[in-house]
Structure formats: C-alpha cells, structure tokens
Design a protein around this ligand. Structure first.
Ligand code: MLC
Ligand code: AMP
Length: 494
C-alpha cells in the first residue's frame, strides 16, 4: 500500500466528490486541499509520527481535508463529536494525549478555554493550509491512522485505534459487497465521529469516486427535497432515521409523502444498521417505498462484520452473513465454537477489519480478544444460514438512536447531583430510539427531584442524547447478596 493508494481518492480530477450547501468540490480540488493541509501540518517535518490531532467540525470540505491531511502526514486523526459536553471533551483529549486541535469559527471559540487549560494548540483549517505542497511521507499499512471513542462497560469511553490497513479493509469489503461505483450519489447526515458516517458513507463514497452530499445534521425537509428531486441513488441510515421519516410523513400532505416515497423507489440501495431494525419497520419501509432494506451489523472495533446480500434474499430481522475478508464464529459461555444452527452464542470476529488496540489501555485490549478472536459482546443465532442478533451480554450498554451509551458513564454523572443517593440506568424498549435511557433514582432524605429540573441540571454535563428520557424515584435499588444492583429486577418493575 503506498501513499497514492491510501487513503485513495480518484485521480479523475473533474468528478464531483463533495457537495456542501450550494457549493460542490471536485476530486481535484479536494485532493489539492488535503495535500496543502498535510503540508501545513508537517510544517517542515518529514512525518507526524502518529501525533494525535483532534478536530471538531461537522461534515464539510474542511472535515474531509483535515481527516485525510492528518492521514497523509502520518498523524492519528481523532474526529470529535461537535455536540460533546466539555467534561467529555476533556476526557477524550487528555486520554488520547492530543497535542493539536483543529476547529473553525464558533467551534473554535467553544474550545478556547479547554485547550488552553490542557496546553493543546488550537488552530483553524486556514491556519494550517500551506500555499504550496511539499513531499509527503510514505505511510506503511501497519501505522495507526484513526482513534474513535466508544462507550462500553466501563464508565469512561475508550479510544479505539485503527491502522491504515484496518481502515483500508473496512472500506474495501463494503465497496465489493454493496457494489459501490463512481456513479453513486449518497447523502451524509449522520455524525462524523462514528464509523457509520466515516467509513460506510464518507470513506466508501470517496474511495469509489462517487459523490457525497454533506449535511451538518439530519435535516428532514432539506434531505427529503433532494430525494424528491432524485439526487441520490444510495441511502444509509440508522433505524431511528427511517422511523423519523415515517413519523414525518404523518405531518405532511399525502401528495408530498407520495413524492418522497417515489424518490426512494428507484434508488439502487437503502441500508439500515448500527441498531436492530424491527421487522415491522422493514415491512413498513417496503410498503411505502418498495425498498427492501439491507440490514447489516457492525461495531467501532471491527467496521462492518455481517451483511445481508446485495443480490439475494434480504431477510427481515436478520443481519446476513460475514462480509468478504471477515471471519465470524459464535462461541458459547465455555468459549467453545457453536456449530449448530439455532443455538445462541457470542459473535467473535477475525480479519484485517479488526482494530489494533484501545489507546493506552493494554488491559482492555487483551481482555477483548480470545485466541485471536475479537469478542463483540453481542449474542446471535444462525437461522437457515442467516445471523440474527439476539441482544448483548452486558445490560450496561444501551443503543439509543444508533448511539452506544454506557449506563455506568451516565450513572457517574448523575451521582454528582446533591439530591441523588443512588442511581441505576437501564435501556428500555422504545419505538423511536430502539432503546431509551431510563434512570432509577434513590433520593437523599428530605429531598425531591422533578424530571425537568434534572434534565436542566444534566445540560452541559453530558451530550444531550445521553440524558435520561425518564426517571423513576424508588425507595431503594434492588441489590443481590453481594450488594450489586440487579438491573434485571428493575426492568421487571416497568
Ligand atoms: C438526538 N436525541 C437523542 C438522540 N439523538 N436522544 C436519544 N438518542 C439519540 N440517538 C435527542 C436530543 O438530545 C434532543 O433532545 C432531541 O432528541 C432532538 O435532537 P436532534 O439532534 O434534533 O435529533 P435528531 O437530529 O433527530 O437526531 C436523531 C438522529 C441522531 C437519529 C439523527 O441520534 C443520530 O445521528 N444517530 C446516529 C448515531 C450514529 O451514527 N451511530 C452509529 C455509531 S457506529 P431534547 O430533549 O433536547 O429535545 C455503530 C457501528 C455500526 O453503531 O454498526 O454502524
Ligand atoms: P458502536 O460501538 O457504537 O460501534 O456500536 C456497535 C454495536 O451496535 C454492536 O456491538 C451491536 O450491539 C449494535 N449493532 C450494530 N448493528 C446492529 C444491527 N444491525 N442489529 C443489532 N445491533 C446492531
């Protein structure tokens, strides 16, 4: 793999790579901006040597130039969630040992105090854009290229480190499996600090020489107007997006609904993933648009692992089979391979698509692998050749609208509230979000707590999507003989 082939952007300079608002940028323009940014980041050095550079920007030309510029200059790219709370950013920046942060305009302003406190150099894209392009380093595939933060069964998110080889494998398997071509046009409205947006949409699109239409957020009227205009032939989203589109249809005229559905109908592909797609949703979408959703399964640590076929039966409620180059195997609780269909086991994954390590956390890295297999913590069965996800081994992981949330992280924040003596957070089934966050709270003597007050108190202490959607005040949390809260008992209380 040479610098020319990774990160690959087509040499067909006149094709449109990105659309942002009313502007569009060709591959030639994007490539040149990336090289100028890489040169500026190097600032006379030969190689960034895996310097951790964070950036804080929505999907945009600058985002793409920054991500690829860091890659080309030999750094580790750390895209951050622009909706993060300061305390969360503090953790990301400190634990990753970030030395430089790139942000523009209002985003830069919001980071000034934190960066100064952490001695991080805060610059804008323009600050690091060199006038001329210098020689860029040769990057071997084994070099670390990206760090994404993921919540898990610990209270603080971990940095998932991918090498250039990992990223290459995660992209190319999807190019092949989902038949990407340079004629594809896809909207990107998912957040660009997670692999769904970064790899499946943006990186695959740019690898294929396709056009990616960038949105800073999921803006239904703008996106559906483009769909009516027939702008896209591929659409990828989390199940909540399909639910929200269907909910939106209830708020507009039937004619308008028809036009939007007719815009989806001729697309070559609609994909759902990042959380379970309920069979009812799969059927509703087919009825409305004629599209048979292709559901796939993935994870920050592995990119995509399993997918329904592009050609062939896409089975509702199932996530298909291993993608090209990905090995998958179910294991029982004694770590023996499950060989029988219909018997549940943990999904374990091998392949070049699997991440390198959790940053600065050898213990967590070692614990997440067994005999060379990455242990996902997701439980599945194989039915007639198709994997079906049954759930997760940990009750402390919640998937809300495609975001993975740690119950322990949310509990940790809530416990800082003066009136809260004890708290347990769980995910409860929810038609819109898949799961929604609910907190069971035991109060200190003589105190009262209203939901709205707690929600306001949470503002700025955690990203808004992590804030519980409901609370239940109880006298005492149920505990087992060891004193550990029994969250399964809490679920029964509902
Ligand atoms: C927004 N809100 C959420 C939420 N998203 N609440 C719970 N869960 C979520 N996911 C809340 C906000 O806090 C706010 O609350 C209100 O909803 C409106 O916010 P919004 O920003 O206007 O919402 P919207 O734009 O509609 O966002 C919904 C969404 C977004 C579905 C577009 O959640 C999203 O982009 N999710 C995708 C996340 C993703 O990319 N996951 C992939 C991870 S990678 P209030 O109370 O203030 O009004 C992975 C691997 C794989 O999973 O397999 O792909
Ligand atoms: P993340 O850590 O944010 O990358 O989320 C990965 C997790 O999302 C997986 O471990 C699964 O629990 C879940 N997930 C992804 N795709 C699916 C799917 N199609 N069905 C059910 N769960 C999914």
């Amino acid at each position: 793999m040479t610098q020319d082939s990774f990160p690959k952007l087509t040499n067909d300079n006149d094709r449109v790579a990105l659309v942002e608002g009313d502007k569009s940028y060709t591959y030639g323009e994007v490539n040149r901006r990336i090289d100028r940014l890489a040169t500026g980041l190097l600032d006379g050095k030969d190689d960034l040597k895996e310097e951790r550079i964070a950036f804080f920007m929505p999907a945009s030309l600058d985002y793409v130039a920054t991500m690829h510029g860091i890659w080309r200059a030999g750094g580790i790219a750390i895209p951050l969630n622009v909706a993060s709370a300061v305390a969360e950013l503090d953790h990301y920046l400190t634990s990753a040992g970030v030395t430089r942060m790139i942000a523009n305009g209002k985003y830069q302003e919001s980071l000034r105090d934190l960066c100064s406190e952490l001695h991080i150099e805060l610059v804008s894209s323009d600050d690091v854009l060199a006038d001329e392009v210098a020689a860029l380093p040769e990057i071997i595939p084994e070099r670390r290229g990206m760090m994404l933060f993921t919540s898990g069964t610990t209270n603080k998110p971990k940095g998932v480190v991918s090498t250039h080889k990992t990223i290459h494998a995660q992209i190319t398997t999807l190019i092949e499996a989902w038949a990407w071509t340079e004629d594809d046009v896809i909207p990107l409205f998912l957040p660009v600090h997670h692999i769904h947006g970064i790899i499946n949409i943006l990186s695959c699109g740019l690898w294929a020489g396709a056009t990616v239409h960038l949105f800073a957020k999921f803006d239904i009227p703008k996106i559906t107007a483009e769909i009516v205009a027939g702008s896209y032939n591929v659409f990828m989203a989390v199940p909540t997006i399909y639910v929200k589109l269907i909910q939106y249809f209830d708020t507009i005229d039937a004619d308008e609904v028809q036009k939007i559905c007719d815009g989806f109908r001729p697309m070559r592909l609609n994909i759902s993933g990042s959380a379970a797609c309920p069979v009812k949703l799969f059927e509703q979408w087919q009825q409305l648009t004629g599209q048979v959703l292709l559901e796939r399964y993935g994870m920050t640590e592995i990119g995509m692992g399993l997918s329904n076929p592009y050609d062939g039966e896409r089975r509702a409620g199932h996530v298909g089979q291993p993608l090209p180059g990905v090995e998958a195997q179910l294991f029982d609780e004694d770590h023996n391979p499950v060989t029988e269909e219909g018997v549940a086991g943990e999904i374990r994954i091998k392949g070049d698509n699997v991440f390198l390590e959790y940053w600065d956390n050898e213990k967590a890295t070692i614990e997440s692998f067994r005999d060379g297999w990455f242990c996902t913590g997701d439980v599945a069965v194989i039915e007639d050749g198709y994997y079906r996800i049954m759930g997760r081994s940990s009750i402390d992981i919640i998937k809300s609208g495609g975001y993975k949330l740690s119950a322990l992280e949310i509990e940790g924040v809530l416990l800082a509230h003066d009136d809260i003596a004890e708290v347990a957070v769980i995910g409860v089934e929810d038609e819109t979000w898949g799961e929604s966050v609910m907190a069971f709270i035991g109060l200190r003597d003589g105190t009262r707590l209203e939901y709205d007050d707690l929600k306001r108190w949470c503002d700025g202490k955690m990203s808004a999507y992590k804030i519980p959607k409901a609370i239940k005040i109880i006298d005492a949390l149920p505990r087992n003989a060891m004193g550990k809260v029994t969250k399964t008992e809490l679920k029964k209380l509902l």
